[in-house]
Ligand binder design. Structure first.
Ligand code: DGL
Length: 259
């Protein structure tokens, strides 16, 4: 099947690029459009209604650019709005949810930790997933302040280290053997997190699974790009493009647009 339209992705900010990287690695010939709604970040403390409204706005923007599939590269938007998005639009949506299942399935201590936003941890969808793993203790922690620091380009700051320490120490004490990163911004914190966690605690996120799922849906329902020229990767932000440019290692131009 052939479809040369781009894959669209959106996030509350720059974090969803961790998902974009996985998708681009698996599907390098696909054109992509990434939308960073950094002006409205963080989504994590907003109400469900606000998150749904912002997710619709981002979707409209991507549909205007003829995206053939939309990847909601944000756990908070997925857990709060994907049902409403799917009920409204006919385009397929790929969502990202905390990887509770692999962590709970493989945990030997039957105790796992999850670091995510308030919006994700309070969502109905997250509770439904967590309830399926009654035999596993899930230590939940809201990552207050982490997204703002990442959006400000302060990944390696002392404040970041202090926050991570305060969030992870209680999990270590609770004897977790898996830490689930339930926010697409957090994979950028893995080097710092590794400095804090003992080696036996594994860190997992959902990026690779989302990329595989995107590929499957393209294969089964939508079609792949078959244009011979090099694929294009377009990035939009409605805030200062500096941090997004640098998280992409200055390899791609970033377009500022007030959407
Ligand atoms: N990247 C989002 C997520 O995966 C962001 C959260 C936020 O904006 O608070 O949940």
């Amino acid at each position: 099947m052939i479809n040369n339209n781009p894959i669209g992705l959106f996030d509350s900010g720059i974090g969803g690029t961790s998902i974009w990287k996985e998708i681009h690695e698996l599907l390098p010939d696909e054109n992509t459009i990434y939308l960073a709604d950094s002006k409205n970040a963080p989504y994590g403390q907003k109400s469900k209604e606000e998150i749904v409204a912002l997710s619709f706005k981002n979707t409209e923007f991507l549909l205007q650019q003829n995206c053939k599939i939309i990847v909601v590269a944000c756990n908070t938007a997925t857990t709060n709005a994907i049902k409403e998005l799917r009920a409204t639009y006919s385009v397929p949506f790929i969502g990202i949810e905390p990887a509770i299942k692999p962590a709970a399935t493989h945990s030997k201590t039957q105790t796992i930790g999850i670091l995510a936003t308030q919006g994700t941890l309070n969502s109905e969808l997250f509770h439904q997933t967590a309830e399926r793993f009654q035999n596993t203790k899930i230590v939940e922690q809201i990552g207050h302040g982490l997204v703002q620091l990442i959006e400000n380009g302060e990944i390696n700051s002392v404040e970041m280290t202090n926050l991570l320490n305060s969030y992870l120490q209680p999990m270590i004490e609770a004897n977790i053997d898996y830490l689930v990163l339930g926010c697409s911004h957090y994979p950028y914190l893995i080097p710092q997190i590794k400095k804090i966690l003992p080696e036996n605690i594994k860190i997992i996120d959902s990026g690779e699974a989302v990329a595989r799922q995107t590929k499957n849906i393209l294969k089964e329902k939508i079609g792949f790009n078959n244009q011979l020229e090099k694929s294009t990767q377009v990035f939009y932000t409605n805030s200062n493009p500096k941090v997004l440019t640098s998280i992409l290692n200055n390899k791609y131009p970033v377009i500022y647009k007030d959407f």
